[in-house]
Design a protein around this ligand. Structure first.
Ligand code: CU
Length: 124
């Protein structure tokens, strides 16, 4: 085995590791903050994904997720909260608030219209 082969193999291993981390790695959780009107509010930037992509909220307290879509890629033009029956268009370079009150605890996925970009809402 020459050096080039070793480099290629190591590169491949690193790529597999990165892919596994991307899909299964522990994501950073961010809790929505309750503002003075009693709404749990958080800004989510949409750009090739959702940042943050794991959002923690409290049950039975109104939630407002301010989706700021920082791109024109058609992939992210819609966001869908299947568990809450919400599908909303996100105009590019604008903030679109999505409001609801989670009535039960659990983990709920949200995604783009094609289910490619994904995030998670954890209700505690
Ligand atoms: Cu998409």
């Amino acid at each position: 085995m020459d050096t080039m082969e070793i480099v290629v193999i190591l590169g491949g291993v690193a790529l597999v590791g990165l892919t596994l981390w991307y899909f299964f790695g522990e994501r950073e959780k961010v809790a929505a903050e309750t503002n003075e009107t009693g709404v749990q509010e958080i800004k989510v930037t949409v750009k090739g994904g959702y940042a943050p992509d794991v959002i923690v909220v409290k049950k039975d307290v109104p939630v407002r997720l301010n989706f700021y879509r920082d791109e024109t890629s058609s992939c992210s033009e819609q966001v869908v909260f299947g568990g809450f029956g919400i599908a909303r268009d996100l105009p590019a370079f604008k903030t679109t608030p999505i409001e609801f009150t989670p009535a039960q605890t659990g983990e709920f996925t949200f995604a783009c219209g094609m289910n490619m970009l994904r995030g998670k809402l954890i209700v505690q």
